[in-house]
Design a protein around this ligand. Structure first.
Ligand code: UGA
Length: 441
């Protein structure tokens, strides 16, 4: 009989994973403790912007015309426990307020709520990003709390999807990593990830701690690449060099690679910054803090970029923001997402606002979330509206829409034709030809 799958947590990760599992042909039950999210998903809606996700969900959500009906949603752990042979835990692990460590309360409560309903042999698969050592702890709790006892097994299976590419990354992952303690668990996961998902994807089987560490180290490495190129940008600026050319030139060396070398205002989002910090915190608890002190520098290079952008903008408008209008293009932490968590763009906008500037923000998809998080900033419904009367325009998230702006048209709306490109993503010659002063980080 085909395996039945539950997915606990329906955020970027869980909603995508649930839809992907249904696409593979499994019967899937998605669970979330927020009833509004579940109601929306049941109607075929998606509580966040993620390209291709709504179409994928609508192909499978029960009750949607023409769907396979393989995907349903619930808020009940009892139902989930009875339904699933394999339970994927996809809840988030945000940074704790005022601390480096991550907040495990959603993971802990998901396990505590599910365990009492596991009455037959089952596999619980953790996908959330957790501090190393969590899987071993949770496996013990599961065996103690589940009526099925040790037949309620745990596997760890970190997720490497990128927001904006969640569907593509889930259906065609570049590797699948599983931390297991039994051959049975490995076999079950091989069955779940049988083609087409795993076709061509390396399937790496390891222990709990290694699987947890793969995730923390992958994100730390990516963050290190970005901060490395941003450090080079600082040196280039001091020496009159061009960091974009430098990145292109070093990237031709396959050992270095071209990706993740875009200099700019740095990384943000719900993953890289908090994962880096949680990794340092956990290494400290393990007595291995010295091994990761370099990550502190990676974090501070990253945060310095935001401050530097603010300084550049201040210089550009004559040394102070009072009485100056600043247009901010971009609010999300990266394009093709509506996610504004730890967004460098909003951080810069907020700092300028605090220093007395009149800031107007526009973003193609992130307006609602931005308004909720930074209600005191000014917002406009289009790029053209945002730049009206601006003394400086800041390009802070590299949406395609901004690359396609016509510098001449928006030039007619501004007070001063001055653009600062915080993402090194615009075409300087086009802007200069239209009479703009163009500067990049
Ligand atoms: C990141 C990882 O890339 C995923 O592999 C991982 O699964 C995910 O975190 C996670 O832990 O869940 P994501 O946060 O969606 O994915 O975004 P990225 O594409 O990694 O971008 C992160 C930030 O780095 C963005 O703010 C982006 O603008 C910035 N960035 C990226 C740069 O400043 N320069 C670059 O060259 C690349």
């Amino acid at each position: 009989m085909a395996l039945k799958i539950t997915v606990i947590g329906t955020g970027y990760l869980g909603a995508t994973h649930a839809a992907a599992m249904a696409e593979l042909g499994f019967e899937v039950l998605g669970l979330d403790v927020v009833p509004e999210k579940i109601e929306m998903l049941q109607r075929g809606g998606v509580p966040m912007y993620e390209p291709g996700l709504e179409e994928l969900l609508r192909r499978h959500v029960a009750g949607i015309e023409g769907s396979t009906g393989r995907l349903r949603f619930t808020t009940s752990y009892e139902e989930a426990g009875a339904f699933g042979d394999v339970h994927f835990v996809c809840v988030n692990t945000p940074q704790k307020h005022g601390e480096y460590a991550c907040d495990m309360s959603y993971v802990d409560s998901a396990f505590a709520s599910l365990a009492p309903h596991l009455t037959r042999p089952t596999l619980v698969v953790g996908k959330s990003t957790v501090p190393v050592g969590s899987a071993a702890r949770l496996a013990g709790q599961l065996a103690a709390q589940a009526p099925a006892g040790e037949a309620a097994e745990l596997a760890w299976n970190p997720e490497f999807l990128r927001e904006g590419f969640a569907v593509e990354d889930t259906l065609h992952p570049d590797r699948i990593v599983v931390g297991v303690t039994s051959e049975q668990a490995e076999e079950l996961l091989r069955e779940v990830y049988a083609s087409p998902i795993a076709e061509g994807s390396p399937f790496i089987v390891t222990d709990y701690p290694t699987s947890e560490l793969v995730k923390a180290s992958a994100n730390s490495f990516l963050a290190t690449k970005i901060s490395f190129i941003n450090a080079m940008a600082e040196v280039c600026e001091a020496a009159d060099g061009d960091v974009v050319k430098l990145a292109e030139a070093i990237g031709h060396d396959d050992r270095i690679g071209k990706k993740f070398l875009r200099a700019g205002i740095g990384f943000g989002g719900g993953c890289l910054p908090k994962d880096l910090r949680a990794f340092m915190a956990r290494a400290g608890e393990l007595g291995a803090d010295q091994a990761l002190t370099f990550l502190r520098e990676i974090d501070s290079i990253n945060m310095r970029r935001r401050g530097h952008m603010v300084e550049m903008a201040r210089d550009a408008v004559g040394g102070g923001f009072l009485g100056k209008r600043v247009a901010v293009l971009g609010a999300t932490f990266k394009p093709d997402s509506d996610d504004v968590r730890d967004s460098p763009a909003l951080n810069v906008a907020g700092q300028i606002h605090l220093q007395g500037g009149q800031v107007t923000v526009y973003d193609p998809k992130g307006m609602e979330n931005a308004r909720r998080l930074f209600p005191t900033l000014g917002y406009a419904d289009s790029a053209l509206e945002a730049v009206r009367g601006a003394h400086a325009v800041l390009h802070l998230t590299e949406w395609r829409e901004f690359r396609e702006l016509d510098p001449a048209t928006i030039g007619d709306a501004v007070a001063e034709r001055r653009i600062l490109d915080g993402r090194n993503a615009l075409a300087p010659e086009l802007w200069r030809k239209a009479g703009w002063t163009y500067r990049a980080l």
